[in-house]
Design a protein around this ligand. Structure first.
Ligand SMILES: Cc1cc2nc3c(=O)[nH]c(=O)nc-3n(C[C@H](O)[C@H](O)[C@H](O)COP(=O)(O)OP(=O)(O)OC[C@H]3O[C@@H](n4cnc5c(N)ncnc54)[C@H](O)[C@@H]3O)c2cc1C
Length: 444
């Protein structure tokens, strides 16, 4: 049930970014409603690692201890080729328990955030879609559709989700954390151009006897960046970039959209929030292909491949919204950017965007700021993402840089877990220099 009266903030989308934003707002005493058109919470690992800096955000909203008890700490990134490790990047101070990447399944992260949100008195409204937004000077009117199941068909009976109830609510601010196909972004007519070609990855999660210690491995090959993550419970995840894979349905849909003038619509990237079969998969996900990929690209991996828990092909697009919003409606997370999977940037940095936007919105609601603060925040994140997407100021090799690192300098911004000053520090460990960028600490 929606609370009596209008919320001070409406959060659209209950992925990690929307859940965090709602929790952070609720903890500041802001009244918030959060809706998600999905039927239920997701059940897979997807984005699976939290940066050391992200852990501090999660401490702020009180979920850190629960989260760390489910996490596998990774303290080093091994940068490899097919024959072994060529360089290492230390992710934090060894004496700091939070100086690590915390590897946690995304469904576990979402579950914890939703639980904490419920404890803070806010329930996610699943099966609620925002179908329209109408801006006004001092509020936004959002049209909410409650989706219900209805029996349809005479010859072949089936059920469909239909709009059971529709109503308008007025709210001073909307935060769109509604993912790659964001309705909030489309309502604002914000373009979402591709900034680099899409990449396909085959993802395999399986039980193994490999001893991966406290390292994640990034493996560079000719035109590929693969990644091996240790996971809690003797599991690991290999994500292999597929250079010769072509999803004709996805590509055709993209071509059709382009021809119709909709170049800024990403192709579908479904989470398992809705019903569907998971049993069918393409040949690139056969166990034989997995062993072939390991033999060709990571001869040093001798771990067993036992039960495969999850396998999927994901098409990772690279997109950046033309802006992060305007006036009283703002975007965070995949709604504003799509990136490759290696450095888990879109979710982690999305949590920082949610943190800053919700801090500023709370400030404005309590008379401590103006809408101009939101404009400045959106501009800063846009500039940061241009750099992360390699659109300007790339990492540079100097005379002393190891030639193998110099060769991969162009790929590294999408592989180093961090943004702003943190990326510069990580890059410096392997002899790369990064031009100065804004510091996130500049925002309250
Ligand atoms: C199969 C798969 C594997 C992945 N692997 C990786 C990986 O290895 N590394 C990595 O970094 N990232 C990976 N990702 C991407 C990662 O999951 C996303 O970056 C992350 O989920 C972004 O979080 P978000 O909260 O911004 O958006 P989302 O998690 O997409 O959440 C958006 C939510 O908004 C809801 N919504 C959409 N439209 C509406 C509407 N109109 N009204 C109400 N609600 C709406 C959706 O139901 C969804 O729950 C993967 C994704 C998938 C699908």
């Amino acid at each position: 049930m929606f609370a009596e009266g209008n919320p001070e903030v409406l959060v659209v989308g209950a992925g990690p970014v929307g859940l965090f934003a709602a929790l952070h707002l609720a903890k500041q005493g802001i009244t918030v409603e959060i809706v998600d058109s999905g039927v239920w919470a997701c059940k897979h690992s997807y984005a699976l690692a939290l940066y050391p800096q992200t852990l501090n955000l999660l401490r702020e909203v009180g979920v850190l201890d629960r989260l760390m008890s489910n996490a596998y700490p990774v303290r080093n990134l091994a940068l490899c080729d097919r024959n072994g490790t060529r360089a290492r990047v230390r992710l934090g101070d060894a004496s700091d328990p939070l100086g690590c990447l915390a590897v946690v399944r995304q469904d576990v992260i979402e579950d914890m955030l939703e639980h904490a949100l419920r404890e803070a008195g806010v329930a996610v409204h699943w099966r609620h879609d925002i179908s329209a937004l109408q801006p006004a000077a001092d509020h936004v009117t959002a049209t909410v559709d409650r989706l219900e199941k209805e029996s349809r068909g005479y010859v072949v009976a089936h059920t469909e989700w239909v709009v059971g109830r529709r109503w308008d609510l007025q709210t001073p601010f909307v935060l769109g954390a509604d993912g790659y196909n964001s309705r909030v972004r489309r309502t604002l007519n914000i373009e979402y151009p591709e900034v680099a070609p899409a990449q396909y990855y085959a993802v395999f999660e399986f039980e193994t006897d490999a001893k991966l210690g406290d390292e994640a491995h990034i493996v560079f090959g000719p035109g590929t960046s693969d990644v091996l993550w240790p996971l809690p419970g003797n599991l690991c995840r290999w994500s292999f970039q597929l250079t010769d894979y072509h999803d004709s349905v996805a590509e055709e849909m993209k071509d059709r959209l382009l021809r119709s003038g909709f170049g800024y619509f990403p192709t579908e990237r479904p989470k398992d929030r809705n019903e569907g079969s998971e049993n069918k998969y393409p040949a690139v996900l056969d166990e034989k292909h997995l062993t072939d990929l390991i033999a060709a690209r990571a001869t040093w991996f001798h771990g067993s491949i036992e039960k495969i828990h999850w396998r999927t092909v994901v098409r990772f697009e690279h997109r950046l919204a033309a802006s992060f919003g305007q006036h009283r409606t703002w975007l965070a997370g995949d709604a504003a950017h799509l990136a490759g999977p290696v450095a888990v940037q879109s979710m982690n940095i999305g949590l920082f965007e949610a943190h800053e936007f919700s801090n500023l919105i709370a400030g404005i609601l309590r008379g401590r700021g103006t809408l101009a603060d939101l404009d400045a925040c959106g501009d800063r994140w846009h500039a940061e993402w241009r750099r992360l997407q390699g659109l300007e100021a790339p990492l540079q090799a100097v005379a002393e840089t190891d030639p193998w690192i110099a060769e991969h300098a162009v790929d590294l911004p999408g592989c180093l877990p961090g943004f702003g000053a943190e990326v510069a520090q990580l890059a410096a460990q392997i002899g790369l220099v990064s031009p100065p960028v804004h510091s996130k600490t500049a925002v309250p």
